[in-house]
Design a protein around this ligand. Sequence first.
Ligand SMILES: Nc1nc2c(c(=O)[nH]1)N[C@H]1C(S)=C(S)[C@@H](COP(=O)(O)OP(=O)(O)OC[C@H]3O[C@@H](n4cnc5c(=O)[nH]c(N)nc54)[C@H](O)[C@@H]3O)O[C@H]1N2
Ligand SMILES: Nc1nc2c(c(=O)[nH]1)N[C@H]1C(S)=C(S)[C@@H](COP(=O)(O)OP(=O)(O)OC[C@H]3O[C@@H](n4cnc5c(=O)[nH]c(N)nc54)[C@H](O)[C@@H]3O)O[C@H]1N2
Ligand SMILES: [Mo]
Length: 750
Amino acid sequence: MVEEQTKVTSSHWGAFRITASNGRIVSTAPFEHDLAPSEIASAIPAAIHHRSRVARPSIRKGWLENEDRVKERRGSDEFIELPWDEALDIAAKELKCVRENYGNGAIFGGSYGWSSAGRFHHAQSQVHRFLNTIGGYVSSFGSYSTAAAQAIMPHVFGTNFLKFIWEHQNSWPMIAEHTQTLVMFGGINPKNSQVSMGGVTRHETASRFDEFKQRGIRCVNISPQQTDAPDGAEWLPIIPGTDTAMMLALAWVLETESLLDRDFLDRCTTGYEHFRRYLLGDTDGQPKTPVWASALCGIDSQTIEVLARHMAAHRTLITVAWSLQRAENGEQPYWMAATLAAMLGQIGLPGGGIGYGYGAIGGLGVSVKRLGGLTFPQGENPVKDFIPVARIADMLLSPGTSYDFNGESRHYPDIKLVYWCGGNPFHHHQDLNRLQKAFNQPDTIIVHEPWWTATAQRADIVFPATTPYEREDIGRAQGDAYLFHMPQMIPPVEESRNDYDIFSGLAQRLGVSGVFTESRDSAQWQHYMYEAFEREARESGVDVPSFEELKQSNWVELPIAGPEYSATPFADFRSDPQRFPLGTPSGRIEIYSSTIAGFNYPEDPGHSVWRPPVEWLGSDHAGQFPLHLVSPQPGDKLHSQLECAIADRPGERPAPLSINPVDAACRRIDTGALVRVFNNRGACLARAVLTESVREGVVVLPTGAWFSPGSDTIDSQGNPNVLTRDRGTSRIGQGSSAHSTLVEVIPFPK
Ligand SMILES: Nc1nc2c(c(=O)[nH]1)N[C@H]1C(S)=C(S)[C@@H](COP(=O)(O)OP(=O)(O)OC[C@H]3O[C@@H](n4cnc5c(=O)[nH]c(N)nc54)[C@H](O)[C@@H]3O)O[C@H]1N2
Ligand SMILES: Nc1nc2c(c(=O)[nH]1)N[C@H]1C(S)=C(S)[C@@H](COP(=O)(O)OP(=O)(O)OC[C@H]3O[C@@H](n4cnc5c(=O)[nH]c(N)nc54)[C@H](O)[C@@H]3O)O[C@H]1N2
Ligand SMILES: [Mo]
């Protein structure tokens, strides 16, 4: 390895320059093509060499030495470091034992998480391929990001949700040219656009909004936080969890003032009449008027009326943040927004209609030709059992119990071994004190991690994994025109190994080495994957460099970006719905879904409805816990990643809690004060930040602090997931409902 070198590498938060010297990462700097480089990379040098790296394979003492494995000691037990060979032998023996005694249906390998960018060392592909070669595993459906959307949108538009967002939404250039009014539920926040799965190079969201401003596009931010949209947007500070009610009232105005597009409804949708009866109150006695909605959502009725008329009179694009569906009944605002867009009749017109998650990640809205390839093959999973991704604690706590999911009645499997590689459930899951109990259930938990996260601390066998700077890889993402060679910058830190090599070691011990590796090492796999990509790209007319050329140049911009790659979404369908039907049973947009009505869930009549969540500012619980907690993504990092470096920075922890000055004053809380945030599920510390950009009654605590319960069970770092509720969004999606949480805040100590 050369003494000092600087290269460009890629990450989920974009490309950056990275410098290594004498085996250490010493600095990072922006990549010159990036319009708005992310600051996240600045934490890398400190994090890579942090004392919290896992140095050697480690096995929990109680698991190794006690027959009953003293599972309740997980999280407080000691670890014993072992040489690689011994630790791999022990893990292989345990896997074999579980398979023989209980079968592969007792292994949970969902292993949700973002891990690191890089196409070959993609941790989930690695663990899934490995588990597939040894007979399979119980998997998980959907993501923490969009589980409710992934369940509901196929019923409404007949399309897989991820396909919808990448292929059936207006691009930024089309919005700039045609949209007159942008109505953003949950805002569009450039802070979140820093990040995309696999990377986003140019970070253009903020500059797009500058263009919208110049063009005079009216931007309306309907969100509990003003900062959820760039400066210049109008702010309607909605009460969290009530968007469906406000959308219904907008729909009521369209219906009662005959502002809807009947021709579009007749030709391109089904079931409007069912929905209309509910809208007007014929089925439940409650017309969904602006006055009705105003009492729920906190936006005055006049504003709703005027906005509805304006939306009908202009080319309007409705956008919905993913956060709205990470809440109880999160399916409903997604369905209702589609219904509202259908009533406006602009779906299929340039710059009109509906879009989900423009601000959630970068890359969405970018006009780029789709290119496949560059995936590490996972093989086939012989085990067909799965859980909805966010039902992990329910599964571990209640094996055999039945539950409903998207029309099916299912049972939770009895899991003996949990395998996690590339995710941090003690970051991403809700009600972490409950998850702690759930993690005490299985016999064995195996984790691959670079750092001693709260999840690694609660495992039995921990294998130290490399980070992207300790191995070679290829970087490429959807919605991005760049391609990167990600060079190895430093040798593996301590005794860490690549996930691939760890799995190869286990596969060899289990007699399936040939099946797992196909006799390729990491470098040979990368060549193999790249060659497939190269062939596919050339076949679709895109000239890409050879792998050797890419290595030489470090990165290339592919000729796949430009307005010619965006088409008006649903234009064909709109022009001729018979000839270009959607994938729904009716071939049209389903405002009423007989499939969902057929689930016989009494709460779901087959069209979108307003249903109050258990926890929101209008519920009885608000008497005891009068503040609604939203826990959005952190601006300065990706989830819990690189947290060790951030937490070392002076004044950064506990995490900041934004609170309106009115709510702070009556609690005698000043800016900078230490506060205790709590409810019946848990408590954490936080630092108060007083700001009028958060609506009254709402507090905001970003995710990302490492779960650190003290002896008094108060989380000292400010992790909101000690407070969030661990219930599915509804029986349809069973997604995470993190945003439906009530809390109280008091000065600390008290
Ligand atoms: N309250 C609340 N909770 C939420 C959310 C919310 O809005 N509110 N949002 C949810 C959402 S949308 C998401 S996506 C989840 C995110 O949850 P996760 O994706 O689980 O969070 P990360 O911190 O990205 O976890 C990735 C882990 O992989 C490790 N890792 C990185 N590279 C590698 C590698 O090469 N190999 C291995 N073995 N490990 C590696 C990292 O150190 C890190 O611990 O959180 C969810 N949780
Ligand atoms: N910097 C950074 N960017 C990220 C990530 C990260 O960790 N760091 N994570 C990435 C991932 S995995 C994901 S899934 C996306 C998530 O993208 P989103 O789901 O869009 O992000 P959030 O930050 O959870 O929420 C956005 C805003 O929604 C508002 N909100 C919350 N509840 C409601 C509600 O009921 N109604 C309305 N109208 N608004 C509400 C909150 O004020 C919040 O600031 O972000 C991605 N981008
Ligand atoms: Mo996410």
